[in-house]
Design a protein around this ligand. Structure first.
Ligand code: APR
Ligand code: PHB
Length: 403
C-alpha cells in the first residue's frame, strides 16, 4: 500500500492532521492500535482554546462544538475561601475557551473522515517505522494476523506518549526533558448540578480541587491526591467531603453533589522531546510532549503542531520546497515550551506540595493574590489560558498556505 502521509495514531493530532491534509487534496492513511469504540468512548480532558476552536471550525468539524459546547468567557481562581474571577475575554483581547470533551472531538473527526470517503485502519498491531531518513519511509504493522507495509512520502507520528514514533528518532538526535510532580489527580463524573457558570480552580490547605462540567446534569471534578494512592481508598462520601472542604467559600457556598458514576486516579508529568523531526518523520502532540492537565493544554498543543505540519507538507507538494518542514520542530517547540511553562506555573501555583514550609506557603498565597488582582497578572494568566499564538517570523505564511 502507498500513500502520501502515513499517520500513526487516531487521537486528536492524527485525526486533525488527516482532515487538514484532505482539504488540501493530500492523501493519508491512519493506523490506530485501538478500536473505534475505544477511542470514541475514553473520558479525557475537555477544554479547547481559541486557537483550537478556530482550527476545528476551519476544517469543517466545529458545528456540534458550536451547538453543544459550553463557551466560557472566564474562570475562577479560589484561595483562602475567596473566589476571584479571571475575565479571559477582557484580558486576552476577546478570546474564549469552550468546554467540549476530547472524545466528542474524536467522534466529530472520525465522522468527518468517513464522510470524506476515507478509512481509518483500527486494531493494528506491532507498528514499526523504517527508512525514515530516506524519501520513501515505510510503516510495517500487523492487521488480522497479516503483515502489511505502507510506503509513504512522510510519516506523522501522532501516537501519543507511549507510541513507537518518538523512539524511531535515533537517541543521539533527541533530548528528552521530563519532570514529575508529587501530585496526582482523582477525576470523577457525577450526576449533579453545575457548580458555577465557569470553571473553579481552588487552592486549599488540604490540596487542589477543580470543578468543571460536561452537561447541565453531568459534572467533571478533580481532586489533588497522592499519585500512588489507590482508587479503592476513595469512597464516594470521602470524595464529596474533600471536594466540599476544598471548594466551599467563606460565604457558605458548597459544591452540589450527586451519584458518582466514574472515578480514577492518574499521575502528572511534564515532558518535551527535542527534536520533533528526523528525516521524513515528524512527531506531534503527546508523542512529542505532555503537560499536566492544570493548564488544559494537551489537545490544544496537538492541534497547532499538526497545523504547522500540514502547512509544511502543503508547501512541499505545492511549491516543491521544505522551508517550513525544515523548521517544523523549531516552530512548534517555541509554542510547546510556552505551554509547558504555563502548565508548570499553574500546577505549582494551585497545588499543595506536602513539603512546602510555612514561608513557601505564604509566598504561594501572595502569588495567588498578585496574579488574580494585578492587571499584569490577570493578563499573563488570560493570554496563556486561551492559548499563545504560533510565534514565527513567517507566521503569515501559515495563514495563507492552507486554502
Ligand atoms: N500504533 C498505532 N496507534 C497507536 C500506537 C501504535 N503503536 N500507540 C498509540 N497509538 C494511538 C493511541 O491508541 C491513541 O489513539 O495513538 C493515539 C494517540 O492519541 P493521544 O494519546 O490522544 O495523543 P494526541 O493525538 O497527541 O492528543 C493529545 O490527547 O490524550 C490526550 O492528554 C492528551 O490532550 C492530549 C491529547
Ligand atoms: C476538564 O473539564 O476535564 C478539565 C478542565 C480544565 C482543566 C483540566 C481538565 O484544566
Amino acid at each position: 500500500m502507498k500513500t502520501q502521509v502515513g499517520i500513526i495514531g487516531a487521537g486528536p493530532a492524527g485525526l486533525i492532521l488527516a482532515q487538514l491534509l484532505h482539504l488540501q487534496g493530500i492523501d493519508s492513511v491512519i493506523l490506530e492500535r485501538k478500536s473505534r469504540n475505544n477511542i470514541e468512548g475514553t473520558v479525557k480532558a475537555g477544554i479547547l482554546e481559541q486557537t483550537t476552536i478556530d482550527i476545528l471550525r476551519e476544517i469543517g468539524v466545529g458545528d456540534r462544538m458550536d451547538r453543544e459546547g459550553h463557551f466560557h468567557n472566564g474562570n475562577y481562581f479560589q484561595f483562602n475561601g475567596q473566589r476571584r474571577h479571571i475575565d479571559l475575554i477582557k484580558y486576552s483581547g476577546g478570546k474564549q475557551v469552550v468546554v467540549y470533551p476530547q472524545h466528542e472531538v474524536i467522534i466529530d473527526l472520525v465522522n468527518a473522515r468517513y464522510e470524506n470517503g476515507k478509512d481509518i485502519i483500527f486494531d493494528v498491531e506491532d507498528v514499526t517505522l523504517h527508512d525514515i531518513d530516506s524519501k520513501q519511509p515505510k510503516i510495517r504493522y500487523r492487521k488480522n494476523g497479516l503483515d502489511e507495509e505502507l510506503v509513504c512520502d512522510f510519516i506523522a507520528g501522532c501516537d501519543g506518549y507511549h507510541g513507537p514514533s518518538r523512539h524511531a528518532i535515533p537517541e543521539q538526535n533527541r533530548k528528552e526533558h521530563v519532570h514529575f510532580y508529587q501530585f496526582g489527580w482523582l477525576g470523577i463524573l457525577s450526576d449533579s448540578a453545575p457548580a458555577a457558570d465557569e470553571l473553579i480552580y481552588a487552592n486549599h490547605d488540604q490540596g487542589f480541587a477543580l470543578l468543571s462540567t460536561r452537561t447541565p446534569i453531568l459534572q467533571r471534578h478533580y481532586l489533588q491526591v497522592d499519585p500512588f494512592d489507590g482508587i479503592a481508598n476513595w469512597s464516594d462520601d470521602r470524595i464529596w467531603s474533600e471536594l466540599t472542604a476544598r471548594t466551599k467559600t467563606n460565604d457558605g457556598w458548597q459544591v452540589p453533589d450527586g451519584p458518582i458514576n466514574s472515578k480514577g486516579i492518574f499521575q502528572m508529568r511534564s515532558f518535551v522531546c527535542e527534536t520533533m523531526q528526523y528525516g521524513r518523520l515528524f512527531i506531534a502532540g503527546d508523542a512529542a510532549h505532555t503537560v499536566p492537565p492544570t493548564g488544559a493544554k494537551g489537545l490544544n498543543l496537538a492541534a497547532t503542531d499538526v497545523k504547522v505540519m500540514a502547512c509544511g507538507i502543503m508547501e512541499f507538494y505545492e511549491q516543491g520546497i521544505t522551508d517550513i518542514l525544515d523548521r517544523y520542530s523549531e516552530i512548534c517547540l517555541r509554542r510547546v515550551w510556552g505551554a509547558e511553562r504555563f502548565s508548570y506555573f499553574m500546577t505549582k501555583l494551585l497545588h499543595m506540595n506536602p513539603h512546602l514550609d510555612s514561608f513557601e506557603r505564604g509566598v504561594q498565597l501572595a502569588e495567588l493574590d498578585y496574579f488574580t488582582s494585578s492587571e499584569a497578572g490577570l493578563k499573563m494568566i488570560a493570554e496563556n489560558y486561551v492559548g499563545l499564538p504560533i510565534q514565527w517570523e513567517k507566521a503569515g505564511d501559515l495563514k495563507t498556505l492552507l486554502k
